[in-house]
Design a protein around this ligand. Structure first.
Ligand code: ZN
Length: 101
C-alpha cells in the first residue's frame, strides 16, 4: 500500500512548529488536539460521535458541517489554552503534594 503524502503543513494553531504530510487540507498536532479536546471532554465525545455518524451515513453535508464546527471549537480552545498557558491543576497538585478539589 502506498502511503499517501501531501504537501507539508504545519499545525493549524498559530506559531506551532509541528508539521505533517498526512493530511490533505489542514492538520492539528497531537499536543494541540489533546489541549483542545482532552480525553473524556464534551468536545472529544461530540467529535467521536459525529465521526461515527458520518461513517455510518457516508458523510451527508449536515454531519460534515457539524464535524467542521466541532474542529473549529477544538482549535479555538487549543489556541486559547496555549496562549494562556494551560494549567493542569491535578498534575500541579501531585507535584506539590496538595489535594485539589
Ligand atoms: Zn500544534
Amino acid at each position: 500500500m502506498v502511503k499517501r503524502s501531501y504537501p507539508r503543513r504545519t499545525c493549524v494553531v498559530e506559531g506551532c512548529p509541528s508539521a505533517s504530510t498526512q493530511f490533505p487540507s489542514w492538520f492539528i498536532c497531537g499536543r494541540h488536539y489533546r489541549l483542545g479536546a482532552p480525553v473524556g471532554s464534551p468536545l472529544r465525545r461530540a467529535l467521536l460521535r459525529v465521526r461515527r455518524l458520518g461513517r455510518k451515513l457516508n458523510w451527508p453535508d449536515e454531519v460534515y458541517e457539524r464535524e467542521l464546527a466541532l474542529w473549529r471549537a477544538i482549535i479555538r480552545r487549543a489556541t486559547e489554552r496555549d496562549r494562556n498557558g494551560f494549567i493542569d491543576a491535578a498534575a500541579i497538585g501531585q507535584l506539590l503534594g496538595v489535594a485539589h478539589g
